[in-house]
Design a protein around this ligand. Structure first.
Ligand SMILES: [Zn+2]
Length: 181
């Protein structure tokens, strides 16, 4: 089952994309379909980040939620929006598995917190963020992050995010370029 790792500059995964169809191939995972509307938005952001980076000459492994194999990259991002049963109790957040990604988390926070006008949660504020399944499939020399861009179940955050999906993709591309520099 183990094949050689795929090498690329970056891996960009769109959270929940391809589910529920892909869940059958990974029965050990919870088939989390995301917050309402999240699955429609994450590919838009991921595609734009990928377009910008490829245009700048980088190689990008653009993956959905569930994918096979192992990747060796400089930076990896798993793009999500948060959802909460108590609307507007959350916001943007970052997840990472080890201290090796702390610099990446700090860099993304410094770029995004200055423009995101809502709550920014502490890093790894849920265990799911820290132990995200996708981290197991990537070795990222400069860091691998789950990026939650805001709380889609909060009307005010949703209204702020909705017209900015392409901007967010461009911002993530900038971040990855800076991370790899
Ligand atoms: Zn999600």
């Amino acid at each position: 089952m183990q094949s050689a790792p795929v090498t690329a500059d970056f891996l960009i995964s769109a959270g929940h994309e391809g589910r529920p169809e892909s869940c059958a191939r990974f029965p050990e995972r919870r088939c989390n379909l995301g917050a309402p509307g999240e699955r429609e938005w994450t590919p838009i952001v991921a595609d734009e980040a990928t377009r910008v980076l490829r245009g700048a000459g980088y190689s990008v492994a653009r993956e959905p939620a569930d994918f096979d194999g192992h990747y060796m990259v400089r930076g990896a991002v798993f793009i999500h929006f948060d959802g909460s049963p108590e609307p507007c109790s959350s916001g943007a957040s970052i997840g990472y598995h080890t201290a090796a990604s702390a610099r990446a988390a700090h860099l993304w926070r410094s770029m995004y917190a200055s423009e995101f006008p809502f709550r920014f949660q502490p890093d790894n504020f849920t265990k799911n963020l820290q132990d995200y399944y996708g981290f197991r499939q990537v070795d990222a020399s400069q860091g691998a992050l789950v990026i939650e861009l805001g709380e889609i179940t909060c009307p005010a955050q949703r209204a702020w995010l909705a017209p900015r999906l392409l901007d967010l993709g461009q911002r993530i591309a900038q971040f990855l370029e800076a991370l790899a520099a």
